[in-house]
Design a protein around this ligand. Structure first.
Ligand code: EPU
Length: 337
């Protein structure tokens, strides 16, 4: 097992924050992971598991052991009349997994094309885009418990998925490492194009008989036009969640701000945080190398040498101003380390 010391985590987080890890270890199998976790040297050392590092903001050096999940492999484990069950190692790059599914005609994850990060982080925060969430095709996952190294299987219900939420961000936070995820994918695609921009894009592309590959291409086109590519500009996707508010509060806001963007859903209304932030004048603003993206105000960016603290402070100022103008409290989606 190769344990590195005092290394920069800059290549391992999509915000490109230059914070250091006291210890760092890459593992590519469950056995390697168990070996490092049973090493007495690190028994009481705090541990942080990372995958693609695409949903975290490092605000300081990490004085513990960073474990980088590099478990690979995509395997069709069974099929029935309607479904394929496909198991992927937690260290697979999410978009490469989606591409594999499209090539093999496994339907259900095409709307989630190009989401940065690795497969293992998917269930942690129930990733989603363009009307589809990971929970819709999730079958089960395997995870190792830090405290006794037992392997446990979690079903869809066990994971308690919600909007960008799961049991692993709540009750079981920091207690498990996800090692593989199994998806239940459809043999017959059910196209989900309800998200406005997709239909428009398919039309612009001149698609007549649609396939999951077309949907994926449409999503890739839309994402690329709005969201910065983390390889070019440091970012972690949406920095905040879209807040949910009560219907009557929404009516009050709508009376004052008729243009407000909100989507009703079982009794509450989900507001577009990007709109709220833009209305407070933040879109496209930069402060040193920290900034708010020019095409999508929900995305904070690092143009080069911003520190995690600078991005964090900017996020706080945004939250304060949105609260002051609209009386709405934003919540961060990104994990703050
Ligand atoms: N909007 C603005 N100004 C902005 C940004 C958005 O007015 O600067 C308005 C748009 O005009 C639109 C609405 O807000 O009416 C929604 O915008 P968009 O379609 O870009 O989606 P979003 O709600 O801002 C969510 C997810 C994204 C996901 C997209 C598409 C969250 C926190 N974010 O963003 O997920 O890609 O929908 O499904 O739910 C992520 O989680 O990292 C992420 C990128």
């Amino acid at each position: 097992m190769n344990i590195l010391e005092n290394i920069s985590l800059k290549p391992y987080n999509t915000f490109h924050i230059d914070a250091a890890a006291r210890y760092f270890c890459d593992f590519s199998s469950v056995d390697e992971l168990k070996k490092v976790l049973s090493d007495k040297t690190f028994k009481d050392t705090p541990k942080l598991v990372i995958g693609g590092g695409s949903n975290m903001l490092l605000t300081k050096n990490y004085e513990g052991l960073v474990l980088r999940n590099n478990i690979k492999g995509i395997e069709l484990i069974k099929e029935d009349k309607d479904h394929y069950y496909v198991k992927a190692g937690a260290g697979e790059v999410w978009h490469e997994f989606v591409t594999h599914c499209i090539e093999h005609n496994y339907a259900g994850v095409e709307n989630m094309s190009l989401i940065p990060g690795n497969v293992g982080a998917g269930p942690l925060q129930n990733i989603g885009a363009y009307g589809v969430e990971l929970k819709d095709t999730f079958h089960e996952l395997e995870a190792i418990k830090f405290s006794d190294l037992s392997v446990q299987v979690f079903s869809n219900a066990d994971c308690k998925f919600g909007y960008r939420e799961s049991i692993f961000k709540n009750e079981l936070k920091g207690q498990f490492i996800i090692t593989s995820v199994t998806f239940k994918l459809s043999k017959q695609p059910k196209f989900n194009t309800s998200y406005g921009a997709i239909e428009k894009e398919l039309e612009a592309m001149g698609v007549k008989e649609r396939t999951i590959k077309d949907i994926s291409r449409a999503v890739i086109n839309i994402r690329s036009s709005k969201l910065p590519d983390p390889l070019q500009i440091g970012n972690a996707g949406s920095f905040f969640k879209n807040p949910e508010i009560a219907q009557d509060k929404f009516e009050n806001l709508k009376a004052r701000f008729p243009e407000i963007v909100g989507y009703p859903q079982n009794g509450t209304v989900k507001l577009a945080a990007g709109w709220l932030i833009e209305q407070c004048g933040w879109k496209g603003k930069t402060f040193g190398d920290a900034g708010v993206h020019k095409n999508q105000a929900l995305v904070l960016v690092n143009y080069g040498k911003a520190s995690g603290k600078e991005i964090y402070d900017l996020s706080q100022r945004i939250m304060d101003s949105v609260n002051e103008k609209f009386g709405v409290k934003l919540e961060r989606e990104v994990n703050i380390v």
